[in-house]
Design a binder for this molecule. Structure first.
Ligand code: NAD
Length: 301
């Protein structure tokens, strides 16, 4: 049976690659709803979709910060297929800036997309997946969701929030055969940095050092730290392509028993091992699940 998938933020980057990769695998029978906030930006995806367009890949509008948009998209897909098997929460954006200067509005806007957008969409698909007694949800978090970097406090907080939310959900919905995971890319070659809204809407976090409204000492400290980060020997070699991340996401959706967390590269997996005894999260889940979920509820179909 076709596996009906909704993916957010597909006009570019990781979302676009994931949608195209899934739509191009007839053996798996995916029907991909590649969603985006602004349909005027569908050109790149249409081109990349090629022959799959309107066959296994459909482009529809979905702004994760708008409740009516979320509800309409989910309703349209469900009305057509009477099921939703997969949700990939990819839409998100970065931020950087001196925390003293970040406005409340900027913080809330970032959380609205990176965190509440995910929560609201999941709230909408969960009742459907519960009824089906099956579902797969994977959210694109970040290494900043488990280990934060400096001058990106609000971004890290939004992804940490996403990780906590994912972990809780992942355990509680196993009895409904709904598997919830996150993946943690390191740097990926996308428009992510260019799209970053910093504290003063500067496009790149490197421009933090040009911030006018901060004291000289802060600028110097920030400059030194960012230099070290960006010029570290691993930064260049670590950069991945959106296709590499897409293949991790697709692999996760096809794993028989999905992990809680997916590192996207060996380098990041090794890094995660410093923070988690078992970076897949299986040890944590398998230890805690028997204490929390009664046998009678396990894998109830
Ligand atoms: P990107 O900027 O190309 O993609 C982000 C997409 O999200 C864009 O298409 C954008 O239009 C969309 N989006 C933003 N707000 C939205 C909204 N309200 N509703 C719907 N869509 C919205 O960058 P990317 O690297 O492909 O980012 C995808 C995800 O990967 C993000 O969640 C990001 O936090 C995460 N990530 C990126 C990197 C990186 O280095 N590029 C690293 C770790 C994690």
């Amino acid at each position: 049976a076709p596996r009906v998938a909704i993916i957010t933020g597909c006009s570019s980057g990781i979302g676009l690659s994931t949608a195209v990769m899934m739509a191009n695998d007839p053996a798996k029978g995916y029907i991909v709803y590649a969603t985006m906030r602004n349909l005027a930006k569908k050109g790149d995806l249409e081109k990349a979709a090629g022959a799959t367009l309107n066959k296994t890949l459909f482009i529809i509008q979905l702004d994760v910060t708008k409740d009516d948009s979320i509800k309409r998209a989910v309703k349209d897909v469900f009305t057509k297929h009477k099921r939703i098997d997969i949700l990939v929460n990819n839409a998100g954006h970065g931020s950087s800036g001196y925390i003293e200067l970040v406005t409340d509005q900027q913080m809330r806007a970032l959380f609205d997309t990176n965190f509440f957008g995910v929560v609201h969409l999941i709230q909408e698909v969960l009742p459907i997946m519960k009824k089906q007694r099956s579902g797969r949800i994977i959210s694109v978090s970040s290494v900043a969701g488990i280990t934060a970097w400096p001058f990106g406090e609000i971004y890290a907080a939004s992804k940490f929030a996403l990780e906590g939310f994912t972990e809780s959900l992942s355990i509680g919905y196993r009895p409904f055969n709904i598997w919830v995971s996150s993946c943690q890319p390191g740097p990926v070659k996308t428009a992510f940095i260019a799209n970053m809204g910093s504290a003063n809407n500067q496009p790149e976090f490197l421009k933090l050092t040009e911030e006018k409204n901060i004291d000289k000492e802060s600028k110097e400290v920030c400059g030194m730290i960012i230099n070290r980060l960006v010029n570290s020997p691993t930064f260049e070699e670590e950069q991945q392509t959106p296709e590499e991340i897409a293949s991790v996401i697709k692999g996760a959706l096809e794993d028989e028993k999905p992990h809680l967390r997916y590192a996207t590269s060996k380098l990041r997996l090794d890094y995660a091992k410093k923070y988690f005894v078992d970076p897949t999260g299986d040890t944590f889940c398998d230890t805690i699940v028997p204490h929390i979920i009664p046998d009678s509820l396990k894998q109830k179909k």
